[in-house]
Design a protein around this ligand. Structure first.
Ligand code: NAP
Length: 344
C-alpha cells in the first residue's frame, strides 16, 4: 500500500469574484496505511456543490473556510479498501466528507454506510443525499405547501430545485420552475412534470412570472437571489413562505450592487404581505433523516421522483467542472467519477 500515491486537489489561493482553475492546485502524496481505529477509503464519486465557493473565501459563515494548501472540502461516496475500524469492512460503500482526493483515512466520524439496494450509489450525493434532503427539509418544514397552492422554485433543473418541484407536485401544488437554458425549462416540464418553467434569461422576467402564476405565489423556494428574486417578490401572496436555501447569483460578488437601497421595499413587502422568509441549512433538520430516506426511496421506486446526473470523469477535471455551477453549464447533479468500485 505504501507505494500508492494519493492525488489531491488543494485550495491554491482565495478567489476574487468568479473562481478559476488557477485557484486550485493538484498535489500527490504517498498513501499511509490505516492505524487501529481507522479505515482507508477510495473515492468513487465526488460531489461538486455551490457551497464550496463559500469555503474558498475567508468570509465568516456557518461552516469553517478551507485553508490555503488544504484539500478542498467535498462530499464523497467511497469504498472501504482496508479497515481497522469496528463496524466497517473492506468493500463497504460509505458516504461522507472526505474531500477532493482519491483516498482518505477516516476514523468513521460523520461517515454513513450507503445501502446500494436503494439506488445507484452516486445518488447518495444527490437525490438520496444532501441536495435531496435540502429540498425535502426546506420545502416541507418552511414552505409547507398545501394542495392547490402555487410553488415557484429557482435553479429548477438543478440538484435541489428539481427535487423541490417534484415534491410540490406530489403535494398537489401548481409548480412553476425558473431556469436558464431552454433545454432545462423543457426538461422540468416534460420530464419532471412541472406545470410551467420560465427562463431567467428573459428580459421581462417579472411579467413572465405574473403570467405563469395567475393566482400569485404561495411558496417561493429561493436558490438564486439577484434579479430572479426581484422578479418573484411582487407576486408573493399574503402569508407566502420563502425558504431561503441558496443565493448562487451572489456567491461571486465582491461588492454590493450599485443602485438605490431596496431594503425598505423588501421590508414593506414582508410586513404588508405577512411573509415568512426563513433561511435554513440542511443540517438544521437532521432529526428528520429517517423519514427522508423512507419517503424518497419509495418515491424513486414508484418513479414519482426522477433525477438527472451531470458526470465528469477524473479527479483532475474537478476544478473546471466546479466552475460550471456558476455559469449554469451543469445540467443535473454535478458529480465527478473518480474511480470504479472493485465490486462493480
Ligand atoms: P444546481 O442547481 O445543480 O446548480 C447551480 C445552478 O444555479 C446552475 O446550473 C444555474 O442554473 C443556477 N445559477 C447559477 N448562477 C446563477 C445566476 N447568476 N442566476 C440564476 N441562476 C444561476 O445547484 P444545487 O446544488 O441544486 O444548489 C442550488 C442552490 O441551493 C444553491 O444556491 C446552493 O448554494 C443551495 N444549497 C443550499 C443548501 C442548504 O443547506 N441551505 C444545500 C444545498 C444547496 P440555470 O442554468 O438554470 O441558471
Amino acid at each position: 500500500m505504501a507505494t500508492v500515491k494519493n492525488r489531491r486537489i488543494l485550495l491554491g489561493r482565495r478567489p476574487t469574484g468568479e473562481p478559476s482553475e488557477a485557484d486550485f492546485a493538484l498535489s500527490e502524496i504517498e498513501l499511509e496505511d490505516p492505524q487501529p481505529g481507522q479505515m482507508l477509503l477510495r473515492t468513487l464519486w465526488l460531489s461538486l456543490d455551490p457551497y464550496m465557493r463559500g469555503r474558498m473565501s475567508d468570509r465568516k459563515s456557518y461552516a469553517p473556510s478551507v485553508q490555503i494548501g488544504d484539500v478542498m472540502v467535498g462530499g464523497t461516496v467511497t469504498e472501504v479498501v482496508a479497515s481497522k475500524l469496528e463496524g466497517f469492512i473492506q468493500g463497504d460503500i460509505v458516504e461522507g466528507r472526505t474531500g477532493w482526493q482519491e483516498y482518505a483515512l477516516s476514523d468513521g466520524a460523520g461517515m454513513r454506510k450507503v445501502d446500494p439496494a436503494l439506488g445507484p450509489i452516486s445518488t447518495a450525493l444527490g437525490v438520496l443525499g444532501m441536495p435531496g434532503m435540502t429540498a425535502y427539509f426546506g420545502l416541507f418544514n418552511i414552505g409547507q405547501p398545501k394542495p392547490g397552492e402555487t410553488v415557484v422554485v429557482s435553479a429548477a433543473a438543478g440538484a435541489v430545485g428539481a427535487v423541490v418541484g417534484q415534491l410540490a407536485k406530489i403535494r398537489g401544488c401548481r409548480v412553476v420552475g425558473i431556469a436558464g437554458a431552454p433545454e432545462k425549462c423543457a426538461y422540468v416540464v416534460n420530464e419532471l412534470g412541472f406545470d410551467e418553467c420560465v427562463s431567467h434569461r428573459e428580459p421581462d422576467l417579472a411579467e413572465q412570472m405574473e403570467k405563469a402564476c395567475p393566482k400569485g405565489i404561495d411558496v417561493y423556494f429561493e436558490n438564486v437571489g439577484g434579479r430572479v428574486f426581484q422578479a418573484v417578490l411582487p407576486w408573493l401572496n399574503d402569508f407566502a413562505r420563502v425558504p431561503v436555501c441558496g443565493l448562487i447569483a451572489h456567491y461571486n460578488d465582491i461588492e454590493l450592487p450599485a443602485g438605490p437601497n431596496q431594503v425598505p421595499l423588501l421590508m414593506r413587502a414582508i410586513l404588508s404581505h405577512r411573509l415568512t422568509v426563513r433561511g435554513f441549512i440542511r443540517g438544521d433538520f437532521l432529526d428528520q433523516q429517517a423519514s427522508f430516506f423512507e419517503d424518497m426511496s419509495r418515491w424513486i421506486r414508484e418513479k414519482r421522483i426522477k433525477y438527472r446526473e451531470d458526470i465528469v470523469e477524473g479527479l483532475e477535471n474537478a476544478p473546471g467542472a466546479f466552475l460550471k455551477l456558476f455559469r449554469g453549464e451543469n445540467f443535473g447533479k454535478l458529480l465527478v467519477k473518480v474511480a470504479t468500485a472493485v465490486k462493480a
